[in-house]
Design a protein around this ligand. Structure first.
Ligand code: NAD
Ligand code: TYD
Length: 360
């Protein structure tokens, strides 16, 4: 383990999304006094309501802007004297990448390169002052597993979807910046996250939303694809741990050793909601509808998270039982959040809070 790095001014990209907003909440709670600047262009997935709890904090600043805008990125890095970047901003949904891959390449490849290049120049301009860049990536860059085995950090990249290919492109640029310029970049690759503020196009929040509305629950193919689920707050803590204690140039896999077949997850969510809603046993399961499979659908993901545990001492705090129950309770208590997201009303929040200028 290298000496602990303590950021003083952190640039978070994509902080209005699912994982970025969860990260900002936990990071700010644990690091009072550290400046946190959130650069987010607010695509359909960006929702400032996720950050309502921190936006009045004087250490926090929101900037509406695009990571592909080099001059904007350069000016934030300089004027805030940023010493760490945590890069969450991305197009993140596999199904959308199948119908429209271009924006994935623009944001996830070109956007990463712009951020790397401006960060590299900014770091050079700061002389020998400590600086770190963390690339938030995904286990999907490793492709698909058969029934056994795990992804390790040595597993070759073999992305299968336009989403994962664009993430792998970003990861290779991060590697290249470390190898070529000695740029102090770290990479994390995490399995599927679940928890609060998850956009209801992804499996778990979509199922909760459709169960509440008694709508069909679309399960792709035979429902036997396997994902390895981790609570988003465990991911946020892992990212903070790698930022502070990881070794530049290294990759760290993050996962919960928590594999589920999709159909089993959907059944579980149905049963937990039936109990809470006072519905009869099996009522929500009757909404399950097997639909045409996703093209190129990866069969199984499973992470070996041994390195981050051994070298940095991180392991998940949530059991899945606790995490999924809390998540379902959060969605039940925050139906207004879901309704605003699905109706598009969440977009007005930005104009009300920040007006035309785009920043606080
Ligand atoms: P998300 O789609 O919920 O949020 C993405 C955020 O990025 C949004 O707020 C969006 O407005 C912003 N954004 C998109 N394009 C931008 C641009 N050009 N400039 C500035 N901001 C932009 O995504 P998420 O699920 O929170 O994922 C965050 C990161 O974690 C991604 O890099 C993703 O690849 C990675 N990841 C996600 C998971 C998962 O299970 N969701 C698992 C492992 C890794
Ligand atoms: P998703 O949440 O889109 O995450 P990812 O594709 O990045 O793993 O999907 C999780 C799994 O659930 C994946 O195997 C696809 C499947 N799935 C369905 O069966 N039905 C759905 O409606 C969705 C959105 C996903």
């Amino acid at each position: 383990m290298t000496d602990t790095f303590t950021p003083r001014a952190l640039l978070v990209t994509g902080g209005a999304g699912f994982i970025g907003s969860n990260f900002i909440h936990s990071f700010m709670a644990g690091n009072p006094g550290c400046r946190v600047v959130n650069l987010d262009v607010l695509t359909y997935a960006g929702n400032l309501k996720n950050l309502a709890g921190v936006e009045k904090d004087p250490s926090y600043r929101f900037v509406r802007g695009d990571i592909c805008d080099a001059s904007l990125v350069a000016s934030i890095l300089a004027e805030e004297n940023i010493d760490a970047v945590v890069h969450f901003a991305a197009e993140s949904h596999v199904d959308r990448s199948i119908t429209g891959p271009e924006i994935f390449v623009r944001t996830n490849v070109l956007g990463t390169q712009v951020l790397l290049e401006e960060s590299r120049k900014h770091r050079d301009a700061r002389g020998g002052e400590p600086f770190r860049y963390l690339q938030v990536s995904t286990d999907e860059v490793y492709g698909s597993l058969g029934p056994t085995g795990f992804f390790t950090e040595e597993t070759p990249l073999a992305a299968n979807s336009p989403y994962s290919a664009s993430k792998a492109g970003g990861d290779l640029l991060v590697r290249a910046y470390h190898e070529t310029y000695g740029f102090p970049a770290l990479t994390t690759r995490c399995s599927n996250n679940y928890g609060p503020f998850h956009f209801p196009e992804k499996l778990i929040p979509l199922m909760i939303h459709n169960i509440l509305a008694r709508r069909p629950l679309p399960v792709y193919g035979d429902g036997l694809n396997v994902r390895d689920w981790l609570h988003v707050q465990d991911h946020a803590r892992a990212v903070e741990t790698v930022l502070k204690k990881g070794k530049p140039g290294e990759v760290y896999n993050i996962g919960g050793h928590n594999e589920w077949k999709n159909i089993d997850i959907v059944n579980l969510v149905c049963d937990l909601l039936d109990q809470r809603l006072g519905r009869g046993a099996g009522e929500s399961r009757s909404l399950i509808t097997f639909v045409k499979d996703r093209p190129g659908h990866d069969r199984r993901y499973a992470i070996d998270a041994g390195k981050i545990k051994r070298e940095l001492g991180w392991e998940p705090a949530y059991t899945f039982e606790q995490g999924i129950a809390e998540t379902i309770d959060w969605y039940l208590a925050n139906q207004e959040w879901v309704a605003e997201v699905t109706s598009g009303a969440y977009r007005d929040y930005y104009d009300r809070q920040y007006g035309e200028r785009g920043e606080a």
